[in-house]
Design a binder for this molecule. Sequence first.
Ligand SMILES: Cc1cc2nc3c(=O)[nH]c(=O)nc-3n(C[C@H](O)[C@H](O)[C@H](O)COP(=O)(O)OP(=O)(O)OC[C@H]3O[C@@H](n4cnc5c(N)ncnc54)[C@H](O)[C@@H]3O)c2cc1C
Length: 409
Amino acid sequence: MDDTLSYCETVIIGAGASGVFAAISEKLHHPKHSIAIFEKTTKSLAKVKISGGGRCNVTHACFDPKELCSFYPRGKHQLVNSFFQFYTEDIIHWFESKNVKLKTEEDGRIFPVSNQSQTIIDCFMKQLTEDQTKIRFQYELNKIQLQNNQFELQFSNQRKILCTKLILSCGGYPKLSQYHFLQELGIAIQTPVASLFTFNIPNSEFRGLEGISVESVEIKTNLSKQSNTGPLLFTHWGLSGPGVIKLSSILARELAEANYSYEVVLNFLPAQKENDFFESLKIQKQKQAKSKLKQILPNSLATRLKTRLLELIKLDGEKNLADCSFDELRQLCSILFECRLKCNGKTSFKEEFVICGGVDLSEINLKTMESKKIHNLFFTGEMMDVDGFTGGFNFQHAWTSAWIAGKQG
Ligand SMILES: Cc1cc2nc3c(=O)[nH]c(=O)nc-3n(C[C@H](O)[C@H](O)[C@H](O)COP(=O)(O)OP(=O)(O)OC[C@H]3O[C@@H](n4cnc5c(N)ncnc54)[C@H](O)[C@@H]3O)c2cc1C
């Protein structure tokens, strides 16, 4: 398409993961359509480049579409049909068919064998070149007008383009006002908030323990009954680790509504019951009277963490068990099973963060990704109110929705 041409059959807005893959799917399913991608910046696939710490975690080794849904706090009840159409196995086969070798890591994350996101970018760009699909840079979509079964698109560079099929692959916007061109069409938007972040604890009781981790901690907040059990990492700004990041996704809305000011509650012994532990301490007090307090704390906790926990309840680790009162043992149980910390603020998790919110799923026919209100208007990727945990799930949804949107029409 050259600059003077103002009509294109299919227009895709956004040259990110889902926009580029939608263009590839569109070309495969409709080889005769004229297709163009319009991108507001000067770069394509910018997030793919930095994704997965520069390695691009393309998907996850989960091969049951129903199970796959459970990794999406937003979308888990609606995505199953989409995944039955195109899911993890399909994108793996697609990459393999393009000679991109993938590998699965122990935790299920799938990366290119090269460990370089550039491999994925090169593969997509090669396909676009073969398909003769062009990306127009510095075209920021500003307004969509409907005209006799066509879309008139207005860009901030004053250009206008007409198209018959429109695929919006704009990613997640942090502010509601940025969805204005959709709200003007009467499309409902779920207010965007952050997901996949770490917890800030100003003046944390655990300062100085940066770098110490605990393999399995049950983490919850005072805002909800929902909890998550997983690895916890103390950082210089507060708490991080997979357990925290997953909880930030599960509670993305609740934490935003509380303006990120809440109490986090840690249970350092999630496999045990507090009362049973207390009873076992009482028995040890009789049978191992000479044991020191610091010796009876679980081995799953680092020595410095044990010391800090005892300091917080003002107990001397050198004290013999026999000399501890029941009250003191109760306090010890409390800090181990219900350690409360005041959180204020969040820090984005640099490996992967996403927007929770976007186009309300009730607006979209998820079998086709088409708008229920406007014929031939499609949505893909993070622009939709779908987001997943870390592990390749966000890209998987980008590929799935893009493949389906490209197939239609
Ligand atoms: C640091 C980081 C690491 C990540 N790592 C992983 C990972 O390893 N695995 C994983 O599964 N997920 C990862 N994610 C999440 C993943 O990158 C996104 O979920 C995914 O990129 C979404 O694809 P998308 O096409 O919907 O949006 P994007 O990739 O964000 O692309 C949207 C594109 O649209 C353009 N655009 C926006 N508005 C307009 C407009 N009005 N006009 C024209 N163009 C517009 C944008 O400039 C952008 O190029 C990571 C995210 C981050 C931030």
